[in-house]
Ligand binder design. Structure first.
Ligand SMILES: [Zn+2]
Length: 194
């Protein structure tokens, strides 16, 4: 799937998670902003194994570095597209957050870490609906997809993704926000602090 769909899916998953879990009594605005950013990075992070990934495309030496990570991680849809890879990304993100926490003491890194993980898992779930499938259980080298019949799955960047999946995700976001509108307004007014 394209980076745009993955980022929208990551945000949708975050919105649903926020809607179904009890909200914290107090949260800083910095935490909210950093958590959304981490969620968006998590949403595209598994594609670091792809030289043309949005993750690398925007960096000056990105293409070269992307090719290097491509070799290192076993090619596209390999290590980073598995539970093992997700655990590895989670560990790396945690380590990085602990390391940079002194620079942003008002940020609750636990919530940021969870938002990142939601992004990563949403990526794997979304890629499961594509023709290529996802090797969820690496090192068992089997790719899983849904529906099991490959011809019924989605082709990346084509009609179904652009005109059904992507707008569908936007609609889910609107629906979640509309359903929880009053709770969101109350939360913003009473629990977010600077
Ligand atoms: Zn992917």
């Amino acid at each position: 799937m394209t980076g745009r769909t993955h980022d929208t899916a990551a945000f949708t998953a975050l919105a649903i998670a926020v809607a179904v879990t009890p909200l914290p009594q107090n949260i800083t605005l910095a935490t909210v902003l950093v958590a959304i950013l981490a969620n968006q990075i998590g949403g595209i992070a598994p594609d670091i194994d792809q030289p043309t990934a949005p993750f690398w495309r925007n960096l000056p030496i990105g293409k070269l570095f992307g090719r290097f990570t491509d070799r290192l991680l076993g090619g596209h849809r390999f290590l980073t597209h598995s539970l093992l890879g997700a655990a590895l990304l989670a560990w790396l993100a945690h380590w990085l957050l602990v390391f940079i926490h002194p620079l942003m003491p008002h940020v609750d890194i636990d919530l940021v870490w969870k938002a990142f993980l939601i992004g990563v898992v949403s990526h794997l779930v979304m890629d499961t609906f594509t023709k290529e499938g996802v090797p969820w259980l690496l090192p068992i080298p089997l790719k899983f997809g849904f529906p099991p019949l490959k011809s019924l799955r989605i082709a990346t960047g084509k009609f179904v993704e652009n005109f059904i999946i992507f707008p569908g995700l936007i609609l889910v976001n609107i629906f979640v926000c509309a359903q929880h509108y009053q709770a969101i307004v109350t939360f913003i007014h009473t629990r977010i602090r600077s």
